[in-house]
Design a protein around this ligand. Structure first.
Ligand code: GLC
Ligand code: CA
Length: 565
């Protein structure tokens, strides 16, 4: 197997708006990331993925790009980005940025041109279509719904036609069938790579091809959302092979695709198999839905389906066991917080450490999402106006339509699932605004920063932050480096409803990773194993009686073992 630097790396995802505000105007910025690089270096990560910082009207926080060759002014300047890359490289940290291929902002010059006339040279940069006549009324070309609510078409009076937009109205979809669009995006990529970027997280990459324009059969919704209409369709692979040939391969860069649309294993392997010549790896979301989040309104009712979670991890680990590579991440900027989903508020330290160990000991490249390492939690939204995120507002509206006289329910549902939970100001210290800024943040600032913050955990050896640091250290620098990075993964006792147990195996070395997802006291028979070392754990001691391991709430231990008969 070919070994690559990114297989031996640990990544950290940064949402620039809420990471650190260096000039104290209430918004995070590039210089803020620069200032916190020493912290990231101390944590031990050697790869950062920064969410979009392109010039943008910020309809979707930067995923709506107005100018691919410039930086959003409130985040800083191109000079700031160059300085950030230089400093990061000096510390041995690679820098990966978001590459948004599926759409631009409607304020992008290509779209401004495209709208003007049907014969405009930029018309074909986007997906335009005439409306359809239904009962003497002009309607959208298809009834397909969009991710952010409503139709996936938007009407434009100027030329009396519709453009496709699977996200917001202000995010028209690019037409990848057009070779000029492909060339433009290759040019954008080259330009950033020349500037020193080490790779891309490729946004919404599975959506670049669309199905035939046929209505979805669905009586319930006016605009049903059917991912299969624009996810993982055949031409996506052709486009990625072109990008690989002319951009990724010549620069030998890391590419991590965001593969939504419930990609199957076969599909994921097409994207990220070693022989596929498309992407280095793909983020999948299957493990994000292993609870009842979509059926409840009361967060106290949230329950993890541990078996489902274990089976999901197993499926992906097996799929990428030999002929491909995968990233390891719990959640990201599009999901509620890990501690509020799979963690336990009564045992934040134990459950937080257990979740970290469970993920970081698997095979793949781990990514920590900002604030996860200190156990940041969901935000207590009180009003729909607390939402900055366009999709959270859309969820609220959609839910309110279902129960118009119960806005409280709609707010609860939207809050539980809101992406804004992950986008609150990073909690650096117990100082005002959590040390994020000296000014009141223009984003939500969780009031629990006095309790949960970086400063208080940095020098506490027992903290969650230091557990992450230890895990990263184990993977990057310890005697277990090779087994953690390249060892085989094998799950055992897969039907156990509380314990997630797996082995990592390399030559004659074996690690046994035991994670309890329960607050109950549990036991596990260790008679088949001879323990030779305790590599990392989340309790001060281990309770082993007559070869029976007694596990306390959310206990997690990594043993080095020898298997005996
Ligand atoms: C991806 C991003 C998300 C964004 C969407 C549209 O899913 O992670 O934040 O809203 O693409 O660009
Ligand atoms: Ca700022």
């Amino acid at each position: 197997m070919q070994k690559k630097w990114w297989m031996e790396s640990v990544g950290y995802q940064i949402y620039p708006k809420s990471f650190y505000d260096s000039n104290h105007d209430g918004i995070g910025d590039i210089k803020g990331i620069y200032e916190k690089l020493d912290y990231l270096n101390h944590l031990g990560v050697n790869l950062i993925w920064i969410c979009p910082f392109y010039d943008s009207p910020m309809d979707d926080n930067g995923y709506d790009v107005r100018d691919f060759y410039n930086v959003y002014s409130e985040f800083g300047t191109l000079e700031d980005v160059k300085e950030l890359i230089t400093k990061a490289h000096g510390l041995g940290i690679k820098v990966v940025m978001d590459f948004v291929l599926n759409h631009t902002s409607d304020e992008h010059p290509w779209f401004i041109e495209s709208r003007k006339a049907k014969n405009n040279p930029y018309r074909d940069y986007y997906i335009w279509h005439d409306g359809k006549m239904v009962d003497d009324k002009k309607v959208e070309p298809t009834n397909w719904g969009s991710f952010f609510g409503g139709s996936c078409w938007n009407y434009d009076e100027l030329t009396d036609s519709y453009y496709m937009k699977i996200f917001s109205d202000k995010m028209p979809d690019l037409n990848w069938k057009n070779p000029k669009v492909r060339q433009e995006m290759i040019d954008v990529g080259k330009w950033w790579l020349e500037l020193g970027i080490d790779g891309f997280r490729i946004d919404a990459v599975s959506h670049l091809d669309r199905a035939r324009l046929i209505d979805i059969k669905n009586q319930k919704d006016k605009y049903p959302l059917d991912w299969t209409k624009f996810s993982n369709l055949p031409k996506v692979h052709d486009y990625l092979k072109i990008l690989n040939e002319s951009l990724f391969k010549p620069y030998d860069v890391l590419t991590i695709g965001e593969v939504g649309g419930q990609a199957t294993i076969e599909e994921a392997k097409k994207y990220a198999g070693f022989e596929s010549n498309e992407l280095s790896m793909v983020f999948n979301f299957d493990h994000n839905w292993c609870n009842n989040l979509f059926d409840i309104t009361n967060p106290k009712k949230l329950k993890t389906n541990v078996v489902d979670l274990k089976k999901t991890f197993d499926k992906w680990q097996k799929a990428f066991a030999t002929d491909g590579w995968m990233p390891l991440n719990w959640l990201n900027h599009d999901q509620p917080r890990l501690m509020s989903q799979y963690g336990d508020y009564k045992y934040p330290l134990e459950s937080g450490k257990m979740l970290a160990t469970a993920l970081h000991m698997m095979r793949g490249t781990p990514f920590v999402y900002q604030g996860e390492e200190i156990g940041m939690t969901n935000y207590p939204f009180e009003d729909v106006n607390d939402f900055d995120d366009i999709s959270s507002r859309a969820t609220y509206i959609y839910e309110l339509e279902k129960t118009p006289d119960d806005p409280v329910r709609a707010l609860k549902v939207a809050s539980l699932r809101s992406r804004d939970n992950a986008r609150t100001a990073m909690q650096w210290s117990k100082d005002l605004y959590g040390g994020f800024s000296l000014e009141e943040p223009k984003i939500s600032n969780n009031r629990n920063y006095k309790r949960i913050n970086v400063a208080s955990q940095l020098n506490n050896n027992n903290s969650l932050l230091n557990h992450y640091k230890k895990l990263i250290d184990l993977r990057r620098f310890s005697a277990y480096k090779d087994i953690i990075t390249y060892g085989a993964y094998e799950q055992i006792d897969i039907e156990n409803e509380d314990l997630y147990i797996y082995k990592r195996i390399l030559d004659d070395k074996v690690l046994l990773i035991i994670n309890s997802f329960s607050k109950k006291k549990l036991t596990y028979d260790m008679s088949h194993f001879e323990i030779t070392n305790i590599v990392i754990s989340n309790y001060k001691d281990q309770k082993l009686k007559n070869k029976t391991l007694i596990l306390r709430a959310f206990e997690s231990i990594v043993f080095e073992i020898k298997e005996s008969l």
